[in-house]
Unconditional design. Sequence first.
Length: 557
Amino acid sequence: MERDLRKQSRIIMEGVDRAPARAMMKGIGFSDEDLRKPIIGVANTWIETMPCNYHLRRLSAKVKEGIRAAGGTPIEYNTIAVSDGVTMGTEGMKASLISREVVADSIELVARGHLFDGVVALSGCDKTIPGTVMALARLNLPSLMLYGGSIAPGSFQGHDVTIQDVFEAVGSVAKGKMSEADLTDLENKACPGAGACGGQFTANTMATAIEILGMSFMGSGSVPAEDPEKDRVAFEAGQLVMAALRKNIRPSDVITKKSLENAIASVAMTGGSTNAVLHFLAIAREMEIPLVIDEFDRISAKTPLLADLKPGGKYVAADMHHAGGIRLIANRLLKASVLHPDEQTVSGKTIGEEAKTAQETAGQDVVRSLSSPIKETGGLVILKGNLATDGCVIKVAGHERMEHTGPARLFDCEEAAFAAVQSNMIKAGDVVVIRYEGPKGGPGMREMLGVTAAIVGAGLGDSVALLTDGRFSGATRGLMAGHVSPEAAVGGPIAALQDGDTITFDINARQLNVELTDAELQDRLKGWKAPAPRYKSGVMAKYARHVLSASEGAITR
């Protein structure tokens, strides 16, 4: 007996008593024939606030064509997105991580309310990727995520550039190393069209990892946003969700402890964003899969860094696509014996089967061979110590110092730190500390790309270290420790620091410490008082009340 493909939508669309529901659907153009087919939600994060998601209306139309061609009826609905790049360095950036929860909640609510039989979720900007997958995990309907794709690189003075270059140029202008006229020229050329930020920043990191996880189909994510092939990929996504419905492939079949480990290994191999730690901890918790922060370090330690991608390397996401795409990363993971090959993907094939079909472009050097890695171990490192008893995250892309000791330069918000960099108050050897920017303290755990890029642009990237209970952009590079937990707002050790305290980063020992005894830290904290909440009402206040530590994925409970 064939499985009922309309188990959900039949409840809301079938029977005499459902005539009012059908009447309303007919009011917007659906026919009786449409309503007798499986109903597939098309959750779109289209928005006009950034290039990352700007083209998703075009892609959603192709997804819907694919669903109709495969025998389903698509119903499109929208959710929100907040641009990290546009809001960076402002109060608006506090909305970014919070938006991940809103994306997940809104996709879940509409799908539950309208009893869809399956869902395709379209993502672009980096928080929309985990947000969509978190929603699909909660719903556990036949579903998949389609990434909108990377922006093309810009061209400035004869070389490729990304938004990272613009952020770093701000620091160069402050130091007199670049003219304002050149900055304007760069600004005009860095983002030539639609698509997410072009390096292996957070969006492309998460798109790569979700494809390796299996919730996006192989060959979809690395196709650039404005490549003509992207329309075909979107049509295929519509067809594939119907195939998943017929085969009853659900997120619970795809998202497992082993497939999460595969995804983490892909982040390590590609030198991906530290934000992946937050997002995969969150996705694991949605599936009630035990995953702890230390496992990122364990997996990274046995995974070679092979992809020579920005921000630490020289290539952009479009280059990786032309070299062989995410399938090539899967193949390298398989050959490195760090891939669990039998994990199912949304296509119905295992990740191992997909990896074996990789086609590598002859002569490419975007993804190194196993015999000549950029670095023997991956890009993610978890540090602990008396400043981060619950851990913090650092990205080591192959060129960073492995040790740094210096005096603390304390700032209780991002703006103060940025002003200090711009005013040439930060000196070689310093350890910049930005606190009260964590999940509760911010609230919202802002990314610090403005500060970190200004440090690099000022020529201090090789001599200054930074630590924060906030986050970093995937475009951040240098010796930068983020997600320091517990955060300052809950009385974590970072709250006890004073200007001039000696702080040591020891990457090899996986330690982040201040030269104070436990007794001295506790004595300082005796007089500490939690700051008054920055927001007393609205979504920010609600988030601050319910958010967990960064070491728990900064999810709300």
